[in-house]
Write a protein that binds this ligand. Structure first.
Ligand code: ATP
Ligand code: MG
Length: 409
């Protein structure tokens, strides 16, 4: 059973018990566009209690707000009771949620294209908000007055840019100017929620258009204070050069491709990313330019190749060169690097050191910083291919220690 079939089954059962039940929101939009919806949400006039009573397995994730998850043959269907939301004093959370009818439920939604219902039993679209007209025109328009709707929830500003990016739609002029007027208020929204929308914008193949909108509306500067028009201009060209499918870290690093690493890292803090994502982004930004160096020692090449995000770094650098007026030289350098990598064959990038710390102590090294230095230099020599056997390594270490003793005396 597909997600869609599961949703239809839920709808039929609600109907049979005298309730109105419809597909709602994003899935209706996507079906009308001929796209495959991510998930099929159901909206109904049944109260959460009644929904729970009708199905064997349910999750009461947000029953207070009218949302129940119905589990059906391994599928999960989100069933939400028609509702209105009011009292957004803080610009992010409704303080009062009231159960309502379908038309009222439509008008609490963000954009006209997201405000439609579909009855799969009667095969009928139910459109209280003129969503179909905007879908035809390719427009993102708030339901009701943009000023009020953004004032209720400033995250909607970013959602507008997100849907515009993903669908290739324009943002309707009054909606657009209200975003520009309120962009600074995006700081009322938590970093985590901003990050979710930003990710959706930047991983989309249309990401450079999305980034241009973030810059033009003032959202980019509001989210990342100090992110200048010059930064944005370069970001847009770098993002336009990336391959189609990228992860968030690569996209975010590209957004900051024209900024110093420390600045970027400081700005990213507001997004509350995971440690591993922060590390990933730092690696990408801090190593900008390194891959263009034809004289990169073999040991350094092996070490950087062994990094898990090496190919993202390569992709970032390629996009930067493509976005730079005299970037052709860099592209040629990347070509030579590729050849060097190919010529390495399947050599081990991170072989075990020929001698361990214990081995070095047995050879007379004294535990401490000098031992660390010896181990490191020896490992580099090993990666360079200068040390191949155990006895070569021993000799090399002994010489190193001898030289050190002489200089210490
Ligand atoms: P996607 O396909 O990316 O999931 P979606 O339209 O389904 O897009 P969701 O965030 O899953 O978007 O939300 C589902 C629906 O809930 C939306 O289509 C919209 O009708 C409504 N909605 C979601 N977030 C908001 C919001 N902040 N303000 C008003 N309505 C919202
Ligand atoms: Mg959705």
């Amino acid at each position: 059973m597909t997600n869609k079939q599961a949703a239809i089954k839920v709808i039929r059962r609600l109907n049979r018990n005298g309730f109105q039940a419809l597909m709602a929101g994003g899935c209706v939009r996507d079906m009308l566009l001929g796209k495959r919806p991510k998930d099929y949400d159901v909206a109904t006039d049944a109260q959460p209690k009644e929904v729970i009573g009708l199905f064997k397995r349910t999750l009461k994730v947000g029953a207070k707000f009218g949302v129940v998850i119905v589990m059906l043959e391994g599928r999960q269907v989100e069933v939400a009771t028609f509702r209105t939301e009011t009292g957004y004093a803080d610009g992010r959370h409704p303080s009062v949620v009231k159960f309502a009818n379908a038309a009222e439920d439509a008008s609490r939604r963000d954009f006209t294209i997201n405000g439609m219902f579909y009855d799969p039993v009667k095969d009928k679209v139910i459109d209280y908000v003129d969503g179909r007209a905007d879908l035809k025109k390719g427009l993102i328009r708030t339901i009701g007055k943009p000023k009020e709707r953004f004032g209720e929830d400033y995250l909607r500003m970013l959602r507008a840019v997100r849907f515009s990016t993903q669908l290739g739609f324009d943002i309707e002029p009054a909606t657009w100017s209200e975003i520009c007027r309120n962009a600074k208020k995006i700081t009322k929204i938590s970093g985590e929620r901003i990050a979710i929308e930003l990710e959706a914008i930047l991983v989309d193949p249309n990401r450079s258009v999305g980034a241009a909108m973030l810059a033009e509306t003032g959202l980019a500067k509001a989210i990342f204070p100090g992110f200048s028009a010059r930064h944005a201009e370069f970001a847009v060209s770098v993002l336009a050069q990336l391959r189609k499918k990228v992860d968030f870290a690569l996209a975010l690093a590209s957004l900051f491709a024209g900024c110093p690493t420390d600045f970027a890292r400081q700005k990213h803090q507001i997004l509350k990313l995971s440690r591993s994502q922060n590390k990933h982004i730092k690696f990408l930004l801090a190593n900008r330019g390194r891959l263009l160096d034809d004289r990169m020692p073999l040991s350094r090449l092996k070490m950087i190749l062994a990094e898990p995000y090496f190919w993202n770094l390569y992709e970032l650098q390629r996009a930067i060169q493509k976005a730079t007026p005299d970037g052709a030289k860099g592209i040629a350098a990347l070509g030579r690097l590729r050849k060097r990598i190919k010529d390495l064959g399947d050599v081990e990038l991170r072989p075990k050191p020929l001698l361990s710390g214990h081995d070095l102590i047995r050879l007379g090294a004294v535990p401490g910083p000098a031992l660390g230095q010896l181990a490191e230099e020896m490992y580099i020599a090993q990666l360079e291919g200068k040390l191949k056997t155990l006895s070569q390594a021993r000799q090399w270490a002994q010489k190193w220690l001898q030289k050190r003793r002489m200089t210490e005396k």
